[in-house]
Design a protein around this ligand. Structure first.
Ligand code: GRF
Length: 203
């Protein structure tokens, strides 16, 4: 299974995927890493792993539609079976989402459907939540609204700050994201009419 990874930043989730793809029992390989931000550290991680690393700077495009079309074209060049968003901080057009429908995953740092959007750790703390976490989901046209695949729960501790909480959530992200990608690569995971299915069972 060929996997293209889209990033905007440091790429710790990308690193977890690179490490999983390098394992002895790996079932997927990363065929390209694409960043909308020049200089994103994830591009260095890709280069170090010998993976094609490409920048498509959204600032070079006049609008979202033309940027997304350039992105589609670049991704398709690498013929991935799966496209994985790993800290990719751009909202995607319906055209992009439709193009990769059923083979587009995202990881979001909250227990969706709670806290779609930004600043999830601060919002969970402000609300006094005792549990927080991360969700891997299929991407649909609704932002952070596609069907969930796997969630990791993290307990909120006394004295947690958004940063301390984010750190513990991220360590869990690095476990669940490679697992979800593995399931997809093994042909066990599918999106069926806006629901996720694992081994033929609705999630
Ligand atoms: C992660 O927290 C992920 O949940 C969110 O963006 C962050 C990316 O971090 N979508 P990294 O670039 O993988 O370190």
């Amino acid at each position: 299974c060929r996997v293209a990874v889209l990033i905007s930043g440091s790429g710790t989730n990308l690193q977890a995927l690179i490490d999983a793809a390098a394992g002895e029992d790996a079932v997927f390989s990363i065929c390209a890493v694409i960043s909308n931000k020049p200089g994103a550290y994830g591009l260095t991680r890709a280069g170090d792993a010998g993976i094609a690393a490409v920048t498509i700077n959204h600032r070079d495009y006049s609008d979202r539609e033309t940027f997304d079309r350039a992105l589609i074209e670049e991704i398709d060049c690498h013929t991935p079976d799966l496209v994985v968003l790993a800290g990719f901080m751009r909202i995607l057009t319906p055209e992009f989402v439709r193009h990769f429908s059923g083979r587009l995953l995202n990881i979001h740092p909250s227990l969706l459907p709670k806290y779609q959007g930004l600043h999830t750790h601060a919002r969970a703390l402000e609300a006094g939540d005792r549990e927080h976490g991360a969700t891997v989901h299929f991407v649909t046209e609704e932002l952070d609204g596609g069907p969930a695949i796997i969630q990791a729960v993290v307990l909120v501790e006394a004295g947690d700050t958004p940063d301390s909480l984010a750190g513990r959530v991220q360590r869990q992200e690095h476990v669940i994201y490679p697992l979800a990608v593995r399931w997809f690569a093994e042909g066990r995971l599918r999106m069926v009419e806006d629901r996720s299915e694992l081994d033929g069972e609705l999630l």
